[in-house]
Every structure is written in structure tokens, then in C-alpha cells.
Design a protein around this ligand. Structure first.
Ligand code: S3P
Length: 511
């Protein structure tokens, strides 16, 4: 079994998690810090004090090179071990690198309690933590997986690491249909929730917060400590609104479905804002939770809006918003594709209900790219065949991601087939002509036209005229000739309007 390497900032819990993992998986625990101490005959503190950091890094590198020759180990790598790209490469050779992270406030508290780290033995450790985190962010991003330990529950963290990097975990998974695992879904969900443009919190049935994402903490100017395990009404709802909000929440908690409601919130007890929340009930084996995803009400309507059922559109908006921060290019592309696809569908007299479904499919069609390695996804130069094979997995990943979302069933075949070519040369299934779902053929036309008319990192956008010529050439090859004719006719008549409704997040330049 490959090594599992735990990295991440000081105080994120690498040692505790590594030891627990080694026990659970019956693998050998190895600590790079311990080995450096043995090799130098001094404690880390003394090495830094007597020999300096450069000497420590040199020893650390040597230790990593030795350790990486072996397998079946849980490697507890010091917080700075992966800053050197050669070390990261070496650790990845025989191992899966998992980066732990935690809220800076929590890191500070943990490292203060356990103050043996020379790098944090300074006058202003808070500042030092912030500086180092900023400096190291980019290096940590190269890890294979990331796990948040802010909540401090070791068993949950260990369980997650095993699902990602353990035997049969995500790292060993071949992307493809039917490859859905809980590990994947959890990983993506965590990614989506953490990076969402919406403020997301999850509360238990008493309203105590058990999860708050980055956006939430930023928006309400709050540390996770301040909100975690507290009743959110106490923290962000102004006193004068309390009674009414509590009454609304009673309804939300009683509902089996997603609900939408609008309430006043206070930010640092001063600024008054209205916030629009969509809530969804969540249930695990024993407990009931509610997830709230919210956005400020841009119109500042200054009123309560009662609880009413959330629409599919609200839910799709939230899923889509979640992909924005992670991959802004895809989000912008998807908005334009949606606009073109909807316009083309209407021109072919598609029923309004089906147009609505196509809109969701178009918005979400590339969401599977979240599962593709960023180094490949954002690579500027030409992709190797192997890399392109990875990219080709994104329709399948998207399907895996949305499979558990039952109200999106109809989106799946469209998403799966949006890279099929009319002549049968596309992927993943090599479908031909009308074997390809009609909506997917519309999406393909919109997708290609968008790609042609947008700037790419490696080339400028083609003009309208150039794009028309290229589209003409793909008739009957990549694209359905009938749909291309209708579409190009619209392009020539200037009938491609911005048709995307998106709660204020639409990138205006994308239209
Ligand atoms: C360091 C982290 C420490 C130790 C050394 C340097 C760092 O390990 O290797 O003090 O540069 O972040 P832990 O992260 O296990 O505390």
C-alpha cells in the first residue's frame, strides 16, 4: 500500500491524526521531525537555535528522500516539509499527500498551548501565523487532498482521510460511470460548501452551528470559534427581530423540503442587512440538521418575507454558485453557454418546461471539472494524451456528483453526452446522430460557439465571422447540422441575447 503523507500547517493536527491512522490501518508511523532529531542528535528547537533553519531544511530533505524509498507508512511530515517542490514530488512518488488545515484562530490556540515550535516563538505569533499561512498557501495546494480539522474531531478527520487515501479510497479510484463513492461525494461536497459564494451554515435541530463556511465567516466578520456551537440567532440576528425569526425557523425545522425565507441580520452588531436564506433538511443516522445557504438581499427590501418552499431554481443556483470560486473560468463559460443554449432551444420551439431543464443542465454541465487535477485543468500549454484522457472524465465526474440530487435526474444524460460528436467521434460513449440526446446536441452547439468567442489563456477570441466559418465546418462532424443552421442564422441576425438569470452573481462581461 502506498504511503499516506500528512502535511499542513503547524497545529492542524498532523501528529495526532497520523498516529491514529497508523493504528487503524496497521501501517508504520514515521515522523520526519523525529528522524531529523535523531540524525542531528538535537531537538528541533536546538537545531533552529544552534544551526539555523537552512540546516534544518537540509536534514529534513535528506530524511524525506530516505523515507520515500519505502511504502506502507503513514508519514507525519513537518509543516514546512512540502514547501520545497522537490520534497513534494518525492513524497508523492510512493505516497498520497493529504494536507490538513484549520481556521487560523484555532491554529493559534493549539500552537499556543503547545509552544515547542521555534518558528512561532516570536513576540507576535498571531502575525507570524498569518504571514506564514499566506506564504505557504500555494505550496499546500499541491497536496492531493485537503481536510479541515477546525472542529477538532479526530475520528471524523481520520475517517475522511481513509476515504480519500486509504485502501479502496478515492485516490485508487478509476473515474468512470458507477465509480461513485461516499468519499468522492463528501470530498466534493466539502469543497463545494467551503468554496461557495453563498454563506453556508449547518445547524443542529436546536440551532447550534456545527459548520460555517469561509464565506460565512468573512461576511459576518467572525472567527469559527465565535459562531461554532452557538445558537446562530444569538450571534447574527438583531434583538428586535428575534421573535419573528424564531417563529419562521419553527416552520423551517418542521418542513421536509427546502424552504426559502428572508430575514434581517446584523453584522458585528452594527450594520443592518437583509439576508435571503435557502434551507434544506439534512439527516444522518441519528441526528437532524438544517443546512442554510444565504446571500445578502441586494435590494435591501427592509422586510421579512415569510417561509415558502424553495424552487429547484434556487437549489440549482446554490450548486452553481458553489463552483464559482473554485473555478471562475468554468462558471463564466457555463453562464454564456446557458444563455446560448436557451436561446437556441427556444428558437427550435422547445417546450418552456424543457427549456427550463436545459437551463439547469447547461449551468451545471461542466461541474465535473471540479474533480480534475488543477494542474491539468489550468495548464497553459498543449495537453498530453494522458492529460486529455483525464479531462475527458469530467462528464462522468459531473454525473457522479449530481447523482444523489434526485431533482436533477434529467440533467444527467445531457451532462454525460455534451462532448459526444454528431459523427460518433466524441466521448465518453462515441454516440452518433440522434443517439445523442437532443438537449446535449443543443448544448454542444452552444458550448463550441462560446469556446470560440471567448478569450482563452493560450489564444484570443475568434471574431464572430471567424467563428461562423469554423461552426459551418463542424456541421455533421462535431455538431448536428440542422441545429448549427438555426443557430448561425440567429447569430447572423444578432438574436443571441443574455438570457441568464442569476441572483446578482452573473459576470456581466460574460453576456
Ligand atoms: C515547521 C513545523 C514543525 C517542524 C519545524 C518547522 C514548519 O513541524 O518541522 O518546527 O516549518 O512549519 P509541525 O508542523 O509538526 O509542528
Amino acid at each position: 500500500m502506498k504511503n499516506i503523507v500528512l502535511t499542513g500547517f503547524m497545529g492542524t493536527g498532523k501528529t495526532v491524526v497520523s498516529k491514529a491512522l497508523a493504528k487503524d490501518l496497521n501501517m508504520t508511523y514515521v515522523s520526519t521531525d523525529d528522524l531529523v532529531e535523531v540524525a542531528s542528535g538535537r531537538s528541533i528547537k536546538d537545531i533552529f537555535a544552534e544551526k539555523g533553519e537552512a540546516y534544518f531544511r537540509e536534514k529534513e530533505k535528506k530524511v524525506i528522500q530516505d523515507v520515500c524509498e519505502h511504502i506502507d507508512q503513514i508519514i507525519d511530515a513537518g509543516g514546512g516539509a512540502v514547501l520545497d517542490p522537490e520534497n513534494m514530488k518525492c513524497l508523492k512518488k510512493n505516497g498520497i499527500v493529504v494536507c490538513l488545515w484549520a481556521d487560523p484562530e484555532v491554529i493559534l490556540e493549539r500552537t499556543r498551548k503547545n509552544n515547542h515550535r521555534p518558528l512561532l516563538s516570536v513576540d507576535d505569533p498571531k502575525r507570524k501565523v498569518q504571514e506564514l499561512l499566506e506564504e505557504r498557501k500555494a505550496s499546500y495546494e499541491h497536496a492531493d487532498f485537503h481536510v479541515d480539522t477546525t472542529m477538532g474531531d479526530i475520528t471524523i478527520v481520520v475517517d475522511k482521510v481513509i476515504k480519500m487515501a486509504g485502501p479502496g479510497g478515492l485516490a485508487n479510484l478509476e473515474t468512470g460511470r458507477g465509480a461513485f463513492t461516499l468519499g468522492l461525494w463528501e470530498l466534493l461536497l466539502n469543497n463545494l460548501l467551503q468554496n461557495s459564494e453563498s454563506s453556508v451554515m449547518i445547524t443542529d435541530k436546536n440551532g447550534k452551528v456545527v459548520f460555517a463556511n469561509k464565506r460565512y465567516l468573512e461576511y459576518f466578520h467572525m472567527s469559527s470559534e465565535k459562531i461554532m456551537n452557538k445558537n446562530w440567532i444569538d450571534v447574527i440576528v438583531p434583538d428586535w427581530a428575534r421573535e419573528k425569526v424564531e417563529a419562521m425557523l419553527g416552520e423551517v425545522k418542521g418542513a421536509n423540503n427546502a424552504c426559502q425565507f428572508e430575514i434581517p441580520v446584523s453584522i458585528q452588531n452594527t450594520k443592518k442587512r437583509y439576508f435571503c436564506w435557502v434551507s434544506s433538511p439534512l439527516q444522518d443516522k441519528e441526528h437532524a440538521y438544517v443546512m442554510f445557504a444565504g446571500q445578502p438581499d441586494r435590494e435591501m427590501r427592509n422586510r421579512f418575507v415569510d417561509v415558502h418552499p424553495a424552487t429547484t431554481e434556487d437549489m440549482v443556483d446554490i450548486i452553481f454558485a458553489s463552483s464559482i470560486k473554485n473555478e471562475p473560468g468554468t462558471a463564466r463559460h457555463s453562464l454564456r453557454v446557458t444563455s446560448f443554449a436557451v436561446a437556441l432551444a427556444r428558437e427550435t420551439k422547445m417546450k418552456e418546461k424543457d427549456v427550463e431543464n436545459l437551463r439547469f443542465a447547461a449551468l451545471l454541465h461542466d461541474i465535473g471539472k471540479l474533480a480534475i487535477d488543477e494542474e491539468i485543468l489550468f495548464k497553459k500549454g498543449k495537453l498530453s494524451e494522458q492529460e486529455f484522457d483525464e479531462i475527458k472524465k469530467h462528464p462522468g465526474w459531473g454525473v457522479e456528483m449530481l447523482k444523489p440530487v434526485s431533482f436533477l435526474d434529467y440533467v444527467l444524460p445531457v451532462m454525460m453526452s455534451h462532448h459526444e460528436n454528431f459523427d460518433g467521434t466524441g466521448y465518453p460513449d462515441g454516440l452518433k446522430g440522434d443517439e445523442i440526446p437532443y438537449e446535449a446536441r443543443i448544448l454542444a452547439v452552444a458550448d463550441i460557439y462560446e469556446a470560440l468567442t471567448a478569450d482563452r489563456p493560450y489564444r484570443r477570441a475568434f471574431s464572430k465571422e471567424e467563428s461562423i466559418v469554423i461552426m459551418e465546418e463542424s456541421k455533421g462532424k462535431k455538431l448536428d447540422p440542422m441545429l448549427v443552421d438555426i443557430f448561425l442564422d440567429m447569430v447572423k441576425r444578432g438574436r443571441l441575447g443574455g438570457d441568464v438569470k442569476w441572483n446578482g452573481y452573473a459576470d456581466k462581461d460574460a453576456m
